[in-house]
Ligand binder design. Structure first.
Ligand code: NAP
Length: 271
């Protein structure tokens, strides 16, 4: 199993690629996985400073992990890679960078976009193309890179892929962004299929479906106040935090989830 116990020679966890790790849910995942012993390779599109700050947080978390486990050597520094994953040609370079840090054992397919709230009869082909390219196609391409490294079929030692979907995949988001919801539906179906495709090759594939989480993404829909405004419609009475989503992601990556594959885990406060 890839997620071995820490040893004096290193954490034994390997490298985790977190796409869209500069902000929000991806940043929380990167910090938490570093705290659990993974070496982090995070990606960003535009926010270089924010990505560098998250990488520094990961280094501090890695030092904390090592101190707690009596590991005396310095951690491999986290790396932040600028890559617009809307361009498929940018993806191999991300994984080549990760290869230089150590063996890849985790991929978090987190980078994702929404768009201005709109009805389907207002949507353009350009909008749909961007939405599906970033949310669905790039995730599948990244997963292909990861499987080529992790799968025992390719000489790898196994690993875990977590796709960040959305509760929108089952709610449909009418009048808001049906295209976004549909792209996340594609992520769910892809998760089920890939999980079964590589289950016998020591690679686990799962998805987390966040509900309404307080991050910057809502501003891009033209509705920055949505998390606060929707609070009373969420069964637990509040929006979630990026850290709460990251906890579910980190569990799916951990040895504790060794028999969990093809699962789609709602982190929605009951919504
Ligand atoms: P966010 O705060 O807007 O952060 C998005 C991240 O993705 C940033 O790191 C951004 O990089 C990166 N990114 C965006 N477009 C990219 C591109 N073309 N190439 C590379 N990186 C790109 O979003 P979030 O709320 O944390 O969402 C993270 C994931 O959770 C997404 O897949 C989203 O669909 C999903 N989700 C979110 C919620 C929610 O309520 N927040 C709910 C359900 C699902 P830069 O910083 O460089 O721009």
């Amino acid at each position: 199993m890839a997620n071995a116990q820490p040893s004096a020679a290193g954490t034994g966890r390997g490298v985790a690629v977190v796409t869209g790790g500069s902000r929000g849910i991806g940043a929380a995942c990167a910090r938490l996985l570093a705290r659990a012993g993974w070496t982090i390779c995070l990606t960003y599109r535009a926010e270089q400073e924010a990505a560098a700050a998250v990488a520094r947080d990961c280094d501090a978390a890695a030092r904390q992990f090592r101190a707690e486990h009596g590991i005396t050597d310095e951690p491999t520094p986290a790396v932040a890679v600028g890559a617009d994953i809307a361009d498929p040609a940018s993806i191999p370079g991300v994984f080549a960078t990760a290869d230089r840090l150590g063996p890849l054992t985790v991929l978090i397919n987190n980078a994702g976009v929404t768009d201005r709230q709109a009805r389907v009869d207002e949507m353009t082909a350009d909008r749909l193309s961007r939405m599906f390219t970033i949310n669905a196609i790039a995730s599948i391409l990244c997963a292909g890179e990861a499987v080529r490294r992790m799968s025992t079929r390719h000489g790898g030692a196994g690993g875990s892929i977590v796709n960040i979907s959305s509760a929108a995949a089952r709610l449909g988001s009418p009048g808001l962004y049906v295209d976004y919801a549909a792209s996340k539906g594609a992520v769910d179906t892809f998760t089920l299929g890939l999980a079964r495709e590589v289950a016998g090759e020591a690679v686990r594939v799962n998805a987390v479906r966040p509900g309404i989480i307080a991050t910057d993404i809502h501003a891009t829909t033209g509705d920055a106040d949505r998390p606060a405004r929707m609070a009373s419609s969420i069964p637990v009475g509040r929006p979630g935090s990026a850290d709460e989503v990251a906890e579910a992601v980190a569990w799916l990556c951990s040895p504790a989830a060794s028999y969990t594959t093809g699962a789609i885990l709602d982190v929605t406060g009951g919504r």
